[in-house]
Design a protein around this ligand. Structure first.
Ligand code: NAD
Length: 500
């Protein structure tokens, strides 16, 4: 496993590779590639991506349906668990390839991808390989009028074909977070990676073959969302369940598609997460944690913090300390181990984030740091870089404070009482995560029960045992995944009652 130093690949100076689909255990290409995939750091074309039309999506779904009836459908939990372990080992063995592909697709620093994305991609398979071996259901001896009784129990059965529709911010990590439990439970999958980050999903197909996963169990169709591959897949009647991570508006469209045929959905959606910083906190730790929660992955993390509420006595010091820390962020070649702030994913996304930067200025925000585009040397000057940005002074009604921006930016507001902090944090249509920084444990418990989110961190951020439930409240999602909670989505319970 390589930790940081990895050479940028030759593809940048040669002919771009073509990224295609993976169907029934084979690489499949459409007649011609449909769109370019650019390196966000330099704007260079790194690959040409194929787009699955409705017929190809149907091929993938039919392959997944056939696989349910083949050897995969007859395997024991132990056999599937063993295969998932081999998949985890396969990712680890080809660590550098996954790392290079992920860095080129996303522009994220190699220091982040090597410590988070790729190891977690492998860990997702080993965690669910364990999980399936300890999955249990209930059984009861019940009384009957004749005195002989009955045995009433439940068994878990796979749902069938699961469509896995993925975003671009943590491509391998979030995709495997769904694929691993789906396969552990005996389903087959058709994955639709984001059009921005097609490569690691395709590469995983090779690892599945090397591990001995039967053809048709893992399929990938590349393409866009609306009126394209994503919609063809989620509307396909051969799909039995849809698991989706992405924007809330897309989640609504997918929920509508799933309603045809009354198919279950699991939705992990957007957020506008708050941090609450109390004067009694350990300030060093609060700054270190907030730096990660606001700027990691260039702010493109669903769990990231874009609203920070700070108790008034600490407000000025906190803002100053956060500014100083953010000034220390280092933009540069994502393949350099020294870089810890990458670019945004695309030119379009940068336009969106810059529109909020402009809006904050127009509404009279005090710009503590950043607010624009950095001046970088070639070839980075052509990439989608943006300055880390901190504001104060906006109203809670401002779109900058209410809407998910998904960039390296935050707005900091002072508060006077715990009650006010809780009201401010809850004043959002979203409810994904919150981080509370305090040394008062009683207050932490009180707030954890009161804040309307799926995940509460106390004196930490992005720390979670993969067996615990993960998901959002309000418009941040539907359902929970993780550990046994994933089993709930990826299986159906069948009630069996035997009269003795
Ligand atoms: P997105 O919703 O634009 O796209 C996600 C995927 O959906 C892509 O593969 C896209 O092609 C596909 N898609 C788009 N429209 C579709 C349609 N009508 N039918 C079927 N598929 C469609 O999201 P994104 O921009 O890739 O990702 C960023 C968003 O994801 C942010 O809002 C972020 O908060 C959210 N996110 C949430 C979590 C979470 O766990 N809650 C995790 C990561 C990202």
């Amino acid at each position: 496993m390589t930790s940081t130093a990895i050479a940028a690949p030759a593809v940048l100076s040669g002919k771009p590779a073509e990224v295609g689909h993976f169907i029934d255990g084979r690489k499949v290409f459409s007649a011609r590639p449909a769109f370019e995939n650019r390196n966000p750091a330099t704007g260079e074309v790194v690959s040409l991506v194929h787009e699955a039309d409705a017929a190809l999506v149907d091929d993938a779904v039919q392959a997944a349906r056939r696989a349910l009836k083949g050897p995969w459908g007859r395997m024991s939990d132990q056999e599937r668990s063993g295969l998932l372990r081999k998949v985890a080992e396969g990712i680890t063995r080809r660590f550098d390839e996954f790392l290079r592909a992920e860095v080129l697709d996303t522009g994220k620093p190699v220091s982040l991808a090597s410590h988070l994305d790729i190891p977690r991609g492998a860990a997702n398979f080993s965690v669910f390989a364990d999980q399936i071996l300890s999955a249990s259901t209930e059984a009861f001896r019940m009384a009957t009028p004749d005195g002989a009784g009955a045995l009433n129990y439940a068994i878990r059965v796979p749902r069938g074909v699961i469509a896995v529709v993925c975003p671009w911010n943590l491509p391998l990590l979030l995709m495997t977070w769904k694929v691993a439990p789906a396969l552990a439970c005996g389903n087959t999958v058709v994955v639709k990676p984001s059009e921005e980050t097609p490569t690691t999903a395709a590469l995983l197909g090779e690892v599945m073959n090397e591990a001995g996963v039967p053809p048709g169990v893992y399929n990938v169709v590349q393409g866009l969302g609306p009126n394209s591959t994503g919609e063809f897949l989620t509307r396909h009647p051969g799909v039995n369940g849809i698991t989706f991570t992405g924007e809330t508006r897309t989640g609504e469209a997918i929920m509508a598609a799933a309603s045809k045929g009354v198919r279950p959905v699991s939705l992990e959606l957007g957020g506008k997460n708050a941090a609450m910083v109390f004067a009694d906190c350990n300030l060093d730790k609060a700054i270190e944690g907030t730096m990660r929660s606001t700027f990691a992955n260039c702010g493109q993390v669903c769990l990231g913090t874009e609203r920070i509420y700070v108790e008034r006595p600490l407000f000025n010091t906190f803002v100053e300390r956060l500014k100083t820390a953010a000034q220390g962020l280092k933009m540069g070649d994502p393949f350099s181990p020294a870089t810890n702030l990458g670019p945004l994913i695309s030119s379009d996304h940068r336009k969106k984030v810059l529109s909020y930067y402009g809006r904050a200025k127009a509404e009279g925000a005090e710009v503590i740091l950043g607010g624009g585009v950095p001046d970088l040397a070639t070839p980075l000057s052509v990439g989608y870089w943006i300055e880390p940005t901190i504001w104060t002074g906006l109203s809670e009604e401002s779109a900058v404070v209410r809407e998910e921006i998904f960039g390296p930016c935050c707005h900091v507001t002072p508060f006077d009482t715990e009650d006010e902090a809780a009201t401010l944090a809850n004043n959002s249509p979203y409810g994904l995560a919150t981080a509370i920084w305090t040394n008062d444990l009683t207050r932490a418990h009180r707030l954890a029960a009161r804040i309307e989110v799926g995940i509460v961190w106390v004196n930490s951020w992005f720390l979670r045992d993969l067996r615990t439930p993960f998901g959002g409240s309000k418009q941040s999602g539907v359902g929970r995944e993780g550990g046994v909670h994933s089993m709930e989505f990826y299986t159906e319970l069948r009630n069996v009652c035997i009269k003795l």
